[in-house]
Design a protein around this ligand. Structure first.
Ligand code: C2E
Ligand code: CA
Ligand code: CA
Length: 768
């Protein structure tokens, strides 16, 4: 049953990453942040695929500025050349230039007469562009040149990077509706405004060019039977534009490329960016769910996804259909990044920070992957905990390294794994028990002399435990080896072999010690919250954080099993730091969604022996910017308070921070009236044992007297472990006003609490 949690949790995590990625992409899309990525895809298209121009459109370019108002004679030359081009067989002529009145009205009139004379075989192009202030400006030639001449329009609207990617077929301006120059060339006649995607795959050098006005150099042969676009050359001051292939080409070139696009039947676009977003999201979600069927399916899915993306891209290039896949790219990239980050975190968990050796988790993996059946040896380094505190960390790591060198005997020795440097473990070289014993005795002899670390001689005290039944999970085998080494003693029995395999669970407990840090780093430890409610169950007035450990192999491990182990291993502070942070983060999240309640965090009384816990809480409050008055510390395990005065001074320091204090499990063990009287608590929680017995005289009396005492001394009284409606009724009768228990509200994850309050779940980054 417990095992079902493990895959669910991982599914959760993949979906979480997918949702995060989708959210990011949607946000970026809204802000059109990814436009450059789409443009990049199109630029690659125009470099990757090269098309020849049809040759049906010829650029006639002039090295002198025939529009110069101070050189009216050039207009006369232009008029002459128009006739000439006509005679050379040009089909239609489009003049992409703007004429202001010149110094010589006669020259203008002559040009106008020539233009009119050519009838509908010549067109003047107006020019429309969007200015820096987003206002649209249209330039047109003066009537003295243009009147009676058919007109088309060119449009220029550069995106980021300076490229104009879309052009209209017709454009409505203040002065009327004009066909665009490319549409006119391609004989597309429409009055309904539409745009098309300019296809920049046409090689500019394949567009035929002739010279006009000053045309001594080239022949006009290419114009026969073709359309001609007249423009100034770059050196004579043509309007310049940017293409994906070249910067600064005459604007007329871009118009010709646009016309070629229409002639070739290109210019289609798969319009919806949203469709891409949806498709990528769907694919990712499917992948996240499909991961259930194992890593092979997932990997195949990834390959398929990349393959699909690549095929779609190449197909769009070949078919000359423009696509805008940036949002899909971003989703996939963001997803990949979050996965990668987690991967690194996991890898980190595979190396022991204290010793630099691979961790027991890595050992577990090694045992699984290689189906190791040899016995497993665990070694306990006595005094490692003290050494870890006393030595600078490099020295400790050096100490462990040297010890490991001795244990391996030679480079061919087994790879040695470590948990915090306190335990070491490896695979025995062979399965013969007597041989292993002999080898370990040899190792004890080798390790007997002190190690030289940083100029100091350090004694080595090491004992060995061996587990040999291979038909269990890797974790259980390591656990068994550690449990066995725990039974050793330096003097009497330095080498022990596992007795039986029936005590699996006890063994497990021991191995938890070595796993807690990795579990925290791997996000295996989380919090659930159990609300405290008013007796009528109408409102939530607080909640208690309860820690949960979902181990991938074992499923859910209850706190009763690992809190104690945590204490033994000296990792309590580490765990508490985590629970404080997580509880504050979740409470802040809940508050942001409208449910602003205090949160209780369980603090083991073992932490009240010195002031370090005060610094820890203060630091957490500051780091999380959490209001102190919303934090309640529930003191559990009061039996471990040896020195009440000491504990009192620590608790007073905590109170100074502004946090509230609660005495947990009142009535059992050492959590008694004396403790309540002498220590400064704001709240007391009546242990569930009394609530279970509330039907009895004694149970009733205790609850009743506590409620009375609470009222008299301003201490809030909470009944915990309330399971039935009878309990509730009895408590109501006794005027107990705050209740907690499975019958009131089950412990649940923060998302559930938010959902129960009609609040949308916000996607929150994984912060461990
Ligand atoms: P506790 O502080 O007395 O927490 C209440 C325990 O009783 C929780 O079990 C909760 O799930 C359970 N419970 C709640 N309502 C009912 C009910 O109606 N009936 C019964 N039978 N049980 C109920 P859980 O989560 O297994 O925690 C067990 C103990 O582990 C806690 O007892 C607390 O002492 C310790 N613990 C849990 N989380 C933490 C933590 O983050 N830090 C520390 N130091 N200790 C923790
Ligand atoms: Ca508690
Ligand atoms: Ca309790």
């Amino acid at each position: 049953m417990r095992r079902v949690f493990a895959p669910l949790k991982h599914l959760d995590e993949r979906l979480r990453h997918a949702l995060l990625a989708i959210g990011l992409a949607a946000l970026g899309l809204l802000m059109s942040l990814f436009d450059p990525i789409d443009q990049l895809v199109w630029i690659i298209h125009s470099r990757f695929v090269s098309e020849q121009a049809s040759g049906q459109i010829v650029l006639a370019s002039s090295d002198v500025d025939f529009t110069d108002p101070n050189r009216p004679e050039l207009r006369v030359s232009l008029a002459r050349d128009l006739e000439g081009l006509r005679e050379a067989g040009a089909k239609r002529i489009f003049i992409d230039a703007i004429f202001d009145p010149s110094a010589d009205p006669a020259a203008d009139a002559q040009l106008n007469a020539t233009l009119r004379g050519l009838g509908d075989r010549v067109f003047l192009a107006r020019r429309s562009y969007t200015d820096y202030d987003n206002a649209r400006t249209t330039l047109a030639s003066s009537p003295i040149v243009a009147s009676g001449v058919p007109e088309v329009i060119t449009e220029f609207e550069a995106r980021y990077l300076g490229i104009d990617w879309d052009m209209p077929t017709v454009l409505a301006t203040k002065n009327g509706i004009y066909p665009s120059l490319p549409a006119a060339i391609a004989n597309i006649h429409t009055t309904r405004p539409s745009t098309f995607a300019v296809d920049y795959t046409f090689k500019i050098s394949s567009i035929p060019v002739v010279s006009i006005v000053d045309h001594s150099r080239t022949s006009w042969a290419p114009v026969r039977g073709n359309d001609v676009v007249i423009s100034l050359a770059r050196r004579s001051g043509a309007l310049l534009a940017v293409t994906p292939r070249t910067a600064d080409v005459p604007h007329a070139i871009v118009q010709i490329i646009a016309a070629e696009t229409l002639l070739a039947g290109y210019g289609r676009e798969l319009p919806s960016t949203l469709a891409w977003l949806a498709a990528a999201s769907l694919l990712l979600a499917i992948l996240a769910i499909a991961s259930r069927w194992g890593s092979r399916v997932r990997r195949a899915g990834y390959i398929l996804l990349v393959g699909l993306a690549f095929t779609a891209l190449v197909a769009s290039y070949m078919l000359h259909v423009r696509i805008s896949p940036s949002s899909a790219f971003v989703i996939i990239a963001a997803y990949a990044l979050s996965r990668l980050r987690l991967h690194w975190q996991r890898r980190f968990a595979l190396t022991d920070q204290a010793s630099g050796l691979p961790t027991f988790r890595a050992f577990e993996r090694y045992l699984q992957d290689n189906r190791v059946s040899n016995p497993i040896v665990a070694a306990k380094v006595h005094g490692a905990a003290q050494m870890l505190k006393a030595l600078p960390s490099e020295s400790f790591s050096e100490y462990t390294q040297k010890l490991v060198e001795r244990l391996r005997v030679s480079d061919k020795g087994p790879l040695i794994y470590s948990a915090d440097g306190r335990y070491l473990a490896w695979e025995a070289q062979g399965s013969d028990i007597e041989q292993i014993r002999g080898h370990l005795e040899g190792l004890r002899a080798v390790c007997a002399s002190p190690l030289l670390v940083g100029g100091n001689e350090l004694d080595v005290a090491i004992t060995f435990g061996v587990s040999h039944a291979p038909d269990r999970t890797a974790a259980a085998r390591i656990a068994a080896a550690i449990a066995t080494v725990e039974r050793t003693s330096e003097a009497a029995s330095p080498i022990e072999f596992e007795h039986s395999t029936s005590e699996d669970d006890d063994l497990w407990d021991l191995s938890l010690q070595s796993r807690i840090d990795a579990a925290l780093a791997n996000d295996e430890i989380t919090m659930v919250y159990q609300p405290k409610m008013t007796i009528d169950r109408a409102s939530i007035i607080g909640m208690e954080g309860l820690v949960r450990w979902y181990d991938p192999a074992r499923g859910e491990i209850p706190p009763s099993q690992f809190i104690e182990q945590c204490e033994t291993a000296g990792r309590m502070a580490h765990l508490t730091r985590f629970t404080l942070d997580r509880a504050m983060r979740d409470t802040a999240l809940l508050a942001a969604h409208g449910l602003d309640i205090p949160v209780s965090v369980n603090i083991s009384a073992t932490l009240l022996r010195d002031e370090r816990v005060v610094i820890m809480v203060e630091d957490a409050l500051r780091r999380m910017r959490f209001p102190a008055e919303k934090l309640v510390l529930e003191v559990t395990e009061t039996a471990s308070i040896a020195d009440l005065e000491r504990a009192k001074s620590v608790l007073l320091s905590l109170k100074q921070l502004g946090v509230k204090l609660s005495l947990d499990d009142f009535g059992v063990g050492a959590a008694n009236i004396e403790v309540l009287a002498r220590l400064p608590f704001d709240e007391v929680k009546i242990d569930r044992m009394f609530i279970r017995n509330i039907g009895s005289k004694k149970g009733r009396a205790i609850v009743e007297s506590l409620v009375t005492m609470g009222l008299a001394s301003d201490i809030a009284v909470v009944a915990e472990g309330v399971e039935t409606s009878e309990d509730l009724a009895a408590l109501a009768e006794l005027n107990c006003s705050i209740v907690q228990g499975y019958g009131v509200h089950l412990p649940c994850r923060i998302e559930r609490l938010m959902a129960a309050h009609g609040l949308a779940m916000k996607s929150i980054p994984n912060m461990v």
